[in-house]
Each structure stands twice: as C-alpha cells, then as structure tokens.
Ligand binder design. Structure first.
Ligand SMILES: Nc1ncnc2c1ncn2[C@@H]1O[C@H](COP(=O)(O)OP(=O)(O)OP(=O)(O)O)[C@@H](O)[C@H]1O
Ligand SMILES: [Mg+2]
Length: 432
C-alpha cells in the first residue's frame, strides 16, 4: 500500500468511513471537502471479506481472503465469518477459545475493526480526525431495545479498536450520498442496499443542488425501511435444500421419523457453524446414529463435524449461488446449465447438481419479503411507485437475478440503476 497523498494542512478534517459488512467490509476517506478516495484493504482489492482466521500453526490472526484461503487449504485453526449477525444478541458477549485464549465475539469484532484501522492509517499516512461507521436500518427487526444494544455493542468494539468516538450513518443513506455525486438532475431515488445480512431501503431526494458539505440531509429522506434478510439467509435456505440432505437433513430413520434437524440448521448458518464443533455438540451428533436408516449419511455428518468442514460447505453453497445467478443473468438458464457441487473433499467422487431454477424456487419467499419491504418504503413516503425516478441498487445480493426480476415487476417502468456494489456505502460514509 502506498502513501500517495500529500499531507493536508493540520486543520483540515480527515474523515474515515468504514462499512463493516456482514460479508464484506470497505473503507473510504476524505480530507476536508476534497475527493472521496477508497482505501484498498487487501492488496489492490477495495473490499475485505469480513472473515478472520485464527491460525493454530503460526499463532497469528489472518483477515479477509487470506483468512478464507487458509481455512480452505486445511490449515489448522478457526475461521470466523458473519460476525455482524451477532450484534444485538447475548451470544456476542460469550467467550470462545481462540489461539488458547478465551475471547468474546465482541473482542473478535474489535480485532477486525482494529485491522481495518491499521490498514487505513497506513494507506492514508495519517490518523483520521473523524470516523463514520455504517449501520443497517435495523440490526434486529421489530425490537428497538435490542437494535439500540446492537449499535452500542458495535460502538464499544470500535472504541476498543482504537477508533475513538465514532458517528453512525444509515448504510442506504451513505449509498445515496455516493450515488448523488454522479447524478445530473434532482431525482426521487429508492436506494436498495441488499447485502449479506440485511436489505435496506431509503427513499431520498437527491440532486446536484442539494449537495452541500456538512448539510443536514434529514429533510431529504422521505422514508426508510429495512429487513434482516440478506445473502447469508439465501445461503442458509440453499444449503438446507441442496447440501444438508447429503448429511441426513429430511432423512427418515428406522422409526419413520426425520432425523432431528437442529444440527443441519446450524451448519447452514454462517455464524452458528462453529458451535457444532465442540466436544459436547459432537457427542450429541454421534447419538443421532440411531435416527438414521442409512449409516453412510451419518458418517458424512460426523466427518463434517470432526474435520470442521462446515465453512467449506457454506462457502461452496455461496459460490454455487453466485455462479447460478451470474449464469442466469447472462441468459444461460434457457439452456438449463445446472451448477455442480463437488463434494470430493468429503467423499471421493461425490457430486450434486443444482437445477437451473433452484434460486427462483428456494428464494421466492424471502425475496418476496425483501420486495415488500421496498414497497413499504415507497408507501411510507405516501408516493405511488411510478413517482420514482430510479431504483438504485447496491450491495452484493442486489446482483441476484431473481431479486432483480421481482423488483422490476414491483416497480414496472422505473429504471433499475446498478451502483458501486461493494464500495458505495463506504464512499458515502466518507462524505461525512
Ligand atoms: N453476483 C452475485 N449474485 C448474488 N449474490 C451475490 C453476488 N455477489 C455477491 N453476492 C452476495 O452478496 C453478499 C455480500 O454483499 P455485501 O458485501 O454487499 O454485503 P455486506 O455489506 O457484507 O452485508 P450487510 O450490508 O448486510 O451487512 C453475500 O451474501 C454474497 O454471497
Ligand atoms: Mg453492506
């Protein structure tokens, strides 16, 4: 990373915007009223996957792609992903052993934020004078007390990470501020930020005439809605439909009853996978043996737990989701090209195929909820859908083909504008 920007006069504020995402994090900065610049957080890459790997061989913590690659290559250690999903939950304060030390999940979030801070300061060549952190519209749906607790927990983690006092901004508002820098006329825009953990909507008045540094833009926000559904929930459903049956989910035992499903639900949920690796959880899974008619399925389950292959499966499910979505975006579903999942690391020669229409079938219900949340945002502002000038799409899951189709159907005739999918929120946070 380079120190490529001249030092500003000491009086100019240096704003660092940090988008701590469920799946990916990003940062951007701005000196005074100068241009917003991204901070490359991992080599040349702007986004840093929100992942930590506690390497038991070199006894160091690794971050981002490096963390995921080390885990997938079989290095001994622990992978942590999707930590943002624990904010607002009592689980966040529980401790877990990493590198021989009892550590709370909040401390693990602080470790991640501290690494972002170190990388950003190294790139900027100076300390920020102001830090703005993004937050979803709701960390927790329908529970204002737990939602406020989630923000406090994130704030405490930021404080431990050496970020000092931080201001918070709604993630979709930040995306809107970033989009505004590129539009030529006043518009009413529905900003849709469909991420890994949440889907957030803001209906906002944007335009070149409204952009004033430091301006209070609350009056331009016409409505805000959000729902705790995102890409990790899609992964969860797809895992239950396409992967977990290979380990015994929905399998019937000799008594005709299904194998108890709790273990499969946890293995299909990014932030719960590691709970299933404890000795106690493995004993419980071992005891399920009598619930299986086919012992081979139970052996696979035990292998996943004892060899800690849960994140491996979750990662493969996510990659298959993205591959299938991209294939259908380019029209390849017409030729019905299924995506193969290779389970060779679990059992030699084992493969499973995802039919081309699995995304539409499996994700219909959550996508309908996300689209309803978008419609609720427009309704809250008292506007007919046709009054929108555009729907601005950001967040990785906004690329999901069946989501775009459902949204376009709900907002017929309104242009869908594709934004900066992974960097837009951070850029908007740095606007200050
Ligand atoms: N081409 C694609 N098609 C479908 N989903 C995708 C695609 N690319 C990435 N995703 C999904 O996008 C999600 C990550 O998006 P993003 O980085 O915007 O989330 P985040 O900011 O970390 O989450 P949040 O804002 O909810 O905290 C992941 O679930 C990933 O699987
Ligand atoms: Mg996000």
């Amino acid at each position: 990373m380079t120190r490529n920007t001249p030092q500003p006069p000491a009086t100019e504020p240096v704003v660092l915007g940090i988008d701590f995402g469920t799946s990916n994090s990003a940062a951007a900065w701005r000196v005074g009223t100068g241009p917003v610049q991204h901070v490359p957080l991992e080599g040349e890459a702007l986004a840093l996957p929100t992942a930590l790997f506690f390497n038991a061989e070199d006894h160091r913590v690794h971050f981002g792609r490096d963390a995921v690659a080390q885990y997938l290559s079989g290095t001994e250690g622990r992978l942590m992903r999707s930590l943002k999903s624990l904010l607002g939950s009592p689980l966040l304060l529980e401790t877990t052993e990493v590198l021989g030390q009892a550590t709370s999940f909040q401390d693990i979030i602080a470790t991640f934020l501290a690494e972002i801070r170190v990388r950003a300061v190294r790139h900027m060549g100076r300390e920020p004078t102001h830090v703005v952190l993004g937050r979803p519209v709701h960390f927790v749906d329908g529970d204002p007390a737990r939602d406020a607790l989630a923000q406090r927990m994130l704030q405490e983690a930021a404080y431990s990470a050496g970020l000092g006092q931080v201001a918070f901004e709604l993630e979709p508002m930040a995306a809107a501020l970033d989009h505004e820098r590129r539009i030529a006329r006043d518009s009413r825009v529905l900003v849709a930020d469909i991420g890994g953990g949440t889907s957030d909507f803001t209906l906002v008045r944007l335009g070149p005439g409204r952009m004033r540094p430091g301006a209070d833009r609350r009056a331009d926000v016409l409505a805000t809605t959000g729902i705790h559904i995102g890409g990790t929930d899609f992964d969860h459903r797809l895992s239950l439909a396409q992967a977990m049956p290979l380990l015994g989910f929905r399998h019937h035992g000799p008594d005709g009853r299904e194998v108890p499903s709790a273990v499969f639900f946890d293995l299909a949920t990014w932030h719960l996978i590691h709970w299933r690796y404890s000795a106690k959880a493995q004993r419980e899974a071992q005891a399920l043996r009598t619930n299986y008619t086919d012992p081979a399925l139970h052996q696979r389950l035990m292998r996943v737990l004892s060899e800690r292959l849960g994140h491996h499966i979750a990662n493969d499910v996510e990659q298959a989701k993205i591959a299938l979505s991209m294939a259908s975006a380019s029209g390849q579903t017409q030729t019905a090209s299924p995506v193969a999942m290779d389970w060779g690391y679990l059992e030699r020669g084992l493969q499973s195929e995802w039919p081309a229409d699995v995304l539409t079938d499996c994700l219909q219900a959550p996508l309908a909820q996300v689209v309803a949340c978008a419609q609720a945002c427009v309704a809250q502002a008292g506007l007919p859908a046709g009054a929108l000038d555009a729907v601005y799409l950001t967040g990785g899951s906004s690329s999901l083909t069946p989501f775009r189709a459902a949204l376009q159907q709900a907002f017929a005739g309104v242009p869908l504008v594709e934004g900066d999918v992974f960097g837009g929120v951070a850029a908007g946070l740095a606007v200050g």
